[in-house]
Ligand binder design. Structure first.
Ligand code: AMP
Ligand code: TRP
Length: 337
């Protein structure tokens, strides 16, 4: 039996933060043991909002380096840049032409981002989830590990594969595209902002103090945690709807310290914020230390990341190219002579 295939990706916009790590990348690392894993840096997605061309290449390299620093092993996983495999853009176009407009118009992330962009919304932003569907479907992925915010996009990818491609263009017993399953692990699936426990930690929050970036130095981590929003109650608890900040920070304490939720709740049940915050900062610094050390080593190895991405592109192109050919043929295109 072939190992189940996994595909996921993160955008190279801004710095990766604790939410990206705990909600997504950390889970990828374990999947490498018994899955056939593909991890891309989704640079085409990064230009769906206005971007700075002077930063894109360096951000893409840095994101790939962070994958490796987090424990992604290029010997076992295919690590590549989305834009290096042209099949992503091509399949996106084919899927665009069968996807109903109202399916993408109702995506929550689009609506949220569109509000922030005002009258500057690109067609690409609306099309973002169709490109994401292409990313996934090109690799016949069985599983897609993501944070909870991506669940709706995954459902769209499933609907496109099943209802718009397989049921229209393929015989029932020989589907053209694999219908993927989301893999959303509960712990870490939604890390919230340090400055507002009701909104998620996000790269696009203009307030740097709202997130801990994976490459933040220890002093900065301590400073951000000390300034994190609190409430007047003593003792940290989970699941109090009136205390989202306590829930979030206690969750981080558990995840970063490798403790169960029960144990974390017991540790901090009577703790004041003044005692808790330095402890949490210490856990965050220690959890990120090995990752940051590895990142610095990778950065020092001239040309290494580019070589990893080149090798990844070769493997990814072979798989993606074959799927694209299958879809082209089923849609009736004249074969390339
Ligand atoms: P993005 O930062 O939007 O490129 O997201 C990359 C990955 O990180 C996706 O799998 C997201 O679901 C996940 N992710 C982003 N923000 C968070 C968060 N605050 N909590 C948990 N997962 C997150
Ligand atoms: N949209 C995802 C996010 O913001 C990133 C992404 C793009 C992705 N393509 C993907 C995730 C394919 C998983 C699979 O988090």
């Amino acid at each position: 039996m072939a190992r189940p295939r996994v595909l996921s990706g993160v955008q190279p916009t801004g710095a990766l933060h604790l939410g990206n790590w705990l909600g997504a990348i950390r889970n990828w690392v374990e999947l490498q043991d018994d899955h056939d894993t593909f991890f891309c840096v989704v640079d085409l997605h990064a230009i769906t909002v206005p971007h700075d061309p002077a930063l894109l290449a360096a951000d893409t390299r840095r994101t790939a380096a962070l994958y490796l620093a987090c424990g992604i092993d290029p010997g076992r996983s295919t690590v590549f840049a989305q834009s290096h495999v042209s099949a992503h853009s091509e399949l996106c176009w084919l899927l665009n032409c069968v996807t109903p407009l109202n399916w993408v118009e109702r995506m929550i992330q689009f609506k949220e981002k569109a509000i922030k962009q005002g009258d500057n919304v690109s067609v690409g932003l609306l099309d973002y989830p169709v490109l994401m569907a292409a990313d996934i479907l090109l690799y016949d992925a069985d599983l897609v590990p993501v944070g909870e915010d991506q669940k709706q996009h995954l459902e769209l990818a499933r609907d496109i594969a099943q209802q718009r491609i397989n049921s229209r263009f393929a015989p029932e017993d020989a589907p053209l595209l694999k219908v993927p399953e989301p893999l959303i692990l509960k712990a870490g699936a939604r890390v919230m902002s340090l400055t507002d426990g009701r909104s998620k930690m996000s790269k696009s929050d203009p307030n740097e103090g709202s997130r801990i970036n994976l490459l933040d130095p220890p002093e900065l981590i301590l400073k951000k945690i000390k300034r994190a929003k609190t409430d007047p109650t003593i003792g940290l608890v989970f699941d109090d709807p009136e205390r989202p900040e306590a829930d979030n920070l206690l969750g981080l304490y558990a995840l970063l310290g490798g403790r169960s939720r029960g144990q974390a709740a017991a540790d901090c049940a009577a703790m004041g914020w003044g005692t808790f915050k330095p402890l949490l900062a210490e856990l965050a610094v220690e959890a990120l230390r090995p990752l940051q050390e590895r990142y610095r080593e990778l950065e020092a190895e001239e040309g290494y990341i580019d070589q990893v991405l080149r090798q990844g592109r070769e493997r990814a192109s072979a798989v993606a190219g074959a799927t694209l050919e299958r879809v082209r043929a089923a849609l009736g295109f004249l074969p390339v002579a």
